[in-house]
Design a protein around this ligand. Structure first.
Ligand SMILES: Cc1cc2nc3c(=O)[nH]c(=O)nc-3n(C[C@H](O)[C@H](O)[C@H](O)COP(=O)(O)OP(=O)(O)OC[C@H]3O[C@@H](n4cnc5c(N)ncnc54)[C@H](O)[C@@H]3O)c2cc1C
Length: 386
């Protein structure tokens, strides 16, 4: 079978690519070795955050991504629990509070809506938050979706526009011609002829790139989540501690934990979050779960009597400079990357899919993709290892 484009990975990024490319009239195959959203997109939270970025290219991507989610929530005929609920960042002590004030100012200067909260405002917004925090900032643009429902909605629309979904189908080989250009791929179910492959395999992007003889510098960054039993409304916003900025932006391999607490429409409360560079180790670690719960109870003492339903791990696609890789690999014409969104792929997935589609279609992308181009690493990655 011939397709104009084959997309590997049906997480939020691959399904967004499929959505925009099929809408533009391309014949697209979406290939997923498991079920849709069976990778990282089904094992994280669904925050769409601007608050945790710093002024620069990722913030611009996040701002455009937030606006696109709003549009999708209105346009797609599916409920994926889009909630523009806002985020609250809490400082534990005076030095964190000073850093938060500086962040707040820097974000306001580039047009992000945010304000430092007075004590009265803070407890009006989050009545059950611990009384002994040093201060807090509010970011009303932060929002939330249910990622699996969002992926399902994008897949459904892409299929209605003609995308062919091959789920439970692993890509085994990628074929390139004598000039190095993409010419097809082989799966467990058979072969496809195509001049274009989009590697949207999230934390497995390096393994998929290796099938084309390419090295891509993506590693899995492990994260744990604890899910409580369904509870009445206790937490109204996404609430996270100010040290979260440091853990997001650090490249530390060792365990880092910063508290993130948020309710969901179903009543469960999601407690996070940890970061570790330990490969694809699927172990749910008791010490991490304990630390996440302790921190959550420190900020929301009412949670001390709640029961945890379950805990699980997922793997964020970590890129060396914390920016995603979006664009074509020049040594392998027709091989595109859309990966490396780390802990922000739900927020950034649809906009990344839209921008890459614009690039592929020969249009000027709505945002300058230069900071995200895959060939930017000067130590040779992405490299040609054929
Ligand atoms: C604990 C945790 C919390 C998070 N919280 C948030 C959050 O609140 N907000 C946010 O924006 N982001 C969050 N993230 C990050 C976000 O989930 C990811 O950035 C995003 O899901 C990545 O999407 P993706 O489509 O690139 O990858 P994935 O969803 O992993 O999709 C890649 C797919 O490729 C498939 N695949 C791999 N190899 C092959 C092959 N050979 N053949 C066929 N298919 C293949 C996999 O099965 C997988 O389904 C969190 C992540 C974790 C782990």
């Amino acid at each position: 079978m011939y397709v104009d484009a084959a997309i590997i990975g049906a997480g939020i990024v691959g399904t967004s690519c499929a959505f925009f490319l099929t809408r533009a009239g391309l014949k697209v195959a979406l290939i997923e070795r498991g079920g849709i959203a069976g990778g990282t997109s089904g094992s994280g939270e669904g925050n769409i955050l601007v608050s945790d970025k710093v002024p620069g290219p990722e913030l611009e991507l996040a701002r455009a991504g937030r606006a696109l989610w709003q549009t999708l929530a209105q346009e797609l005929s599916a409920d994926f629990e889009f909630e523009p609920k806002g985020g609250i960042v809490v400082a534990e002590n005076d030095s964190q509070y000073r850093a938060l004030q500086a962040h707040n100012l820097a974000m306001r200067e580039v047009g992000i809506e945010t304000r430092i909260l007075s004590t009265a405002e803070l407890y009006e917004l989050e009545p059950l938050l611990a009384r002994d925090v040093a201060g807090a900032a509010y970011f009303p643009q932060d929002a939330q979706v249910q990622p699996m429902l969002a992926v399902a909605a994008l897949v459904k629309h892409a299929q209605q526009d003609g995308a062919i979904l091959f789920d439970h189908t692993r890509v085994l080989a990628i074929e390139r011609n004598k000039q190095g250009a993409i010419c097809g791929l082989r799966t467990e179910q058979g072969s496809l002829t195509t001049p274009m492959i989009i590697n949207a395999a999230g934390p497995w992007s390096a393994q998929v790139a290796a099938l084309a003889g390419l090295d891509v510098p993506i590693q899995p960054r492990k994260g744990h989540i604890v899910v409580t039993e369904p509870l009445p409304l206790l937490v109204r916003h996404k609430v996270y501690e100010a040290t979260y900025f440091d853990t997001v932006n650090s490249g530390e391999a060792d365990l880092q934990i910063a508290s993130v607490v948020e309710g969901t429409k179903s009543g469960t409360i999601l407690l996070g979050s940890s970061r570790q560079l330990v490969g694809f180790d699927p172990t749910v670690e008791a010490r991490v779960i304990r630390a996440i719960i302790q921190k959550a109870v420190r900020y929301f003492p009412v949670l001390a009597s709640a029961h945890a339903l379950r805990a699980y791990v997922g793997f964020r696609p970590f890129s060396p400079d914390h920016l995603p890789l979006i664009g074509e690999v020049t040594q392998a014409p027709g091989f595109y990357l859309n990966t490396g969104h780390e802990g922000a792929g739900i927020g950034l997935g649809p906009i990344s899919g839209k921008l890459l589609s614009q690039l592929i279609l020969g249009q000027t992308p709505d945002l300058d993709l230069t900071p995200f181009q895959p060939m930017r690493f000067k130590d040779g990655t992405v490299t040609h290892s054929l």
